[in-house]
Design a protein around this ligand. Structure first.
Ligand code: HEC
Ligand code: HEC
Length: 271
């Protein structure tokens, strides 16, 4: 009791409490950023972060049969487009693969403003076969990206994501509405290949990022989306609804200030 009494009446207590409160707030507010290890010098890539490959010619006959069954009614027998659906010639394998593996194609409702992601009707192998067929009609780029995430830097990816993607998809990747009934979808379901395909081909109203992002940067963003957004680890200790650093800052502020108020009250009572 005597010791407690001495500590309580110590003139160092108030400044100490202020320092403690501010430090606690800081730790809480920056826990997330700090735990990601924002160390730009850590990056060391191997030969290439992405290789683009083209499905082999042997896939073409199977792809043609699938195209006739599932695609030609809307896109035309030679993928040249109809009044119901756009021309697919010259889009490159990554575009075809993205729309088929995300289940957007074959479309259920050709009059929809935007074809939604849904469970894929064709298998991954069949998507490659269709891509081989369409690409054989007018060979073009980009090929299908095979992303090497081993050396990707999630912290750099987070910065690039907030700069290039968050305006439409939001910083948590939850997605948001855009103009005229269109929307940027949630990024929770996309595979690493689909993320790179979206970045390199710009589906629908999404811009194409080609020269402005290197393959290494695409891999960094991809790692941020598929590792951090899809598997939040909440290193700060609290998810707080995943609404990001603003809310975390507020909580830290409230908690820190509340603690100070309590300590102030405690000291005041003594006097
Ligand atoms: C019921 C009609 C319909 C069927 C069947 C269909 N599509 Fe589509 N497709 C559309 C429409 C409509 C769009 C435009 C949708 C959009 O922009 O959201 C489209 C868009 C696409 C795009 C994007 C084109 C671009 O310019 O970016 C690709 C690629 C595509 N379809 C491939 C296919 C493939 C491959 C199949 C068969 C597996 C298929 N589609 C089946 C109607 C259809
Ligand atoms: C101008 C708004 C806009 C920006 C900026 C943007 N996107 Fe998109 N994104 C979209 C829209 C719209 C779609 C859906 C296109 C469609 O289905 O017609 C989309 C689709 C996607 C998809 C497919 C998701 C799925 O599950 O099918 C991924 C992945 C994606 N975007 C990632 C990104 C990344 C990564 C960036 C930053 C490098 C980015 N986007 C920047 C608007 C945007």
């Amino acid at each position: 009791m005597k010791l407690l009494h001495r500590v309580r009446s110590s003139r160092l207590l108030l400044p100490g409490a202020v320092v403690f409160g501010v430090a606690l707030g800081g730790v809480l507010a920056f826990g997330v950023g700090g735990a990601q290890g924002l160390n730009q010098s850590e990056r060391s890539y191997g030969d290439s972060a992405i290789t683009y490959y083209y499905p082999p010619k042997s896939y073409i006959p199977a792809g043609q049969a699938l195209f006739d069954t599932f695609c030609s009614s809307c896109h035309g027998t030679n993928a040249e487009g109809t009044s119901r659906a756009p021309n697919l010639l010259g889009l490159g394998p990554a575009t075809i693969d993205f729309w088929v593996t995300t289940g957007r194609m074959p479309a259920e409702n050709p009059n929809a403003i935007q074809a939604p992601r849904k469970p894929a009707k064709l298998s991954d192998q069949e998507a490659l076969e269709v891509a081989a067929y369409v690409n054989s009609l007018d060979p073009s780029r980009p090929g299908i990206p095979r992303v090497n995430l081993k050396d990707a830097n999630v912290a750099i990816g987070a910065d690039l994501f907030s700069l290039n993607c968050a305006a439409c998809h939001t910083i948590t990747g939850a997605g948001d509405e855009l103009a005229f009934g269109t929307y940027a979808p949630s990024l929770r379901a996309a595979t690493p290949t689909q993320v790179a395909e979206a970045i390199r081909t710009g589906p629908g109203n999404m811009p194409v990022f080609s020269g402005n992002l290197t393959d290494a940067q695409v891999a960094d963003i991809d790692a941020y989306v598929t590792r951090y957004i899809q598997h939040p680890t909440n290193p700060g200790g609290f998810a707080l609804g995943g609404v990001g650093p603003v809310a975390e800052g507020f909580v830290a502020l409230l908690f820190g200030v509340g603690l100070l108020a309590l300590i102030g009250y405690w000291i005041g009572e003594r006097a």
